[in-house]
Design a protein around this ligand. Sequence first.
Ligand code: ADP
Length: 454
Amino acid sequence: MTTPLTLDALRTQVAEGTTDTVLVCGVDMQGRLMGKRFHAANFLEHSHAETHCCTYLLATDLEMATPEGYSSASWSKGYGDYVLRPDLSTLRPVPWLEGTAMVLCDICEHDGETPVAHSPRAVLKKQVARLEAMGLTAMMATELEFFLFEKSFEEIRRTGFRDLTPISGYNEDYHIFQTTKEEHVMRPLRNGLHTMGIPVENTKGEAETGQEELNIRYAPALDCADHHSIAKHAVKEIAWQHGHAASFLPKWAADKVGSSSHVHQSLWSDGENAFRDPSDDLGMSDLMRHYMAGLIAYAPDYTYFLAPYINSYKRFAKGTFAPTKTVWSVDNRTAGFRLCGAGTKGVRVECRIGGSDLNPYLAQAALLAAGMKGIEDKLTLAPATTGDVYDAGDAESIPANLAEARTRMMGSEMLKDAMGEEVITHYARAAEWEIEEFDRAVTDWEIARGFERA
Ligand code: ADP
């Protein structure tokens, strides 16, 4: 990928008066863009080198709470600052906002150089570096699924999130007519991302009313995660500009299909797909088999990083295209892992476990860690499962809920060795806090069930 915007080009745009604002963003534990809106003159003078953010940004939840229990940030530690260091290779225009550019940052300790170990970009960079030491590059694609709603976020919030009418009245999977009706959102989305240098492949209707999919061409893992987080932000912002809400909640209605984020993966060396072996029946190299064996063996260990909230686990339901079993299958959408492009130079594995709420940095880091462990230990790939994998009785299941996934993550020596114990402890606290908060909530379900009959 060429850099879409250099500092010099930005300087020219600012002098000409076409750009006046730069969004300086870190990525938080939830995968959101968090930062400050700089006047472009200040960015060019000072803040292109560094700015600061409060340490609680990497020790909070979707609500911006300040839970105890993190060793990195707390009231007793005074919630000081991290350094936000712009990665100038990510400087881009934001075509749907007037006069605006953006840059992503690495989040560093006070010295301005040491990456904060649990910051999502650093977590992924660590696994990418391990892979580089093995002479390999991860080429990844994370699909983005989401729902578009008729009303805006503000209107929906005012109704207590009850007036949830999807933008279409029927399952619009691959539909061209229905998606024409959504082009006021989807066309500026595709075009805006393309102008930013994000290689959009397509958008399509997905398999539920109002459900959309956005596909971005595969790229090296860090670029892929950057593309994903910018694209997710773009979806919400452009939908909002047109008076609609876009939601990445994996399961917003029990009787509707959920939203996922499938992760396509291949490892390359010397510019070639190292997963390919034309002499193999399915075109898979030994490297690919070991990698996939690692993905499968450790799937319960890292499910947390693919499904980080209470709601994430509601998606894993039979007959919904979301998997329930951690086995692989050849071009079969009922399995946790699908072999795609068998026999071609695009041979790759698609992990179907991840929900639309995953953090793309953490998810890819966890998948790469498991795959690398499979390669290191030369794990053997079991034969493919065939048929309707939902009924594959003896196959291992995906953890049933957040508590189970958290327990598996905390017990994973593989993850601790690959990511560092402090990183696992940090995210285990995030999962625990999510469970604690949910346990404090009184839900609609409890009221409907017990109000009269308890
Ligand atoms: P699906 O039918 O599952 O929606 P798509 O064909 O829409 O699949 O998406 C396939 C994704 O896989 C695309 O984002 C594409 O860029 C990506 N892809 C293609 N080849 C490779 C590869 N060798 N490694 C990783 N990802 C790849």
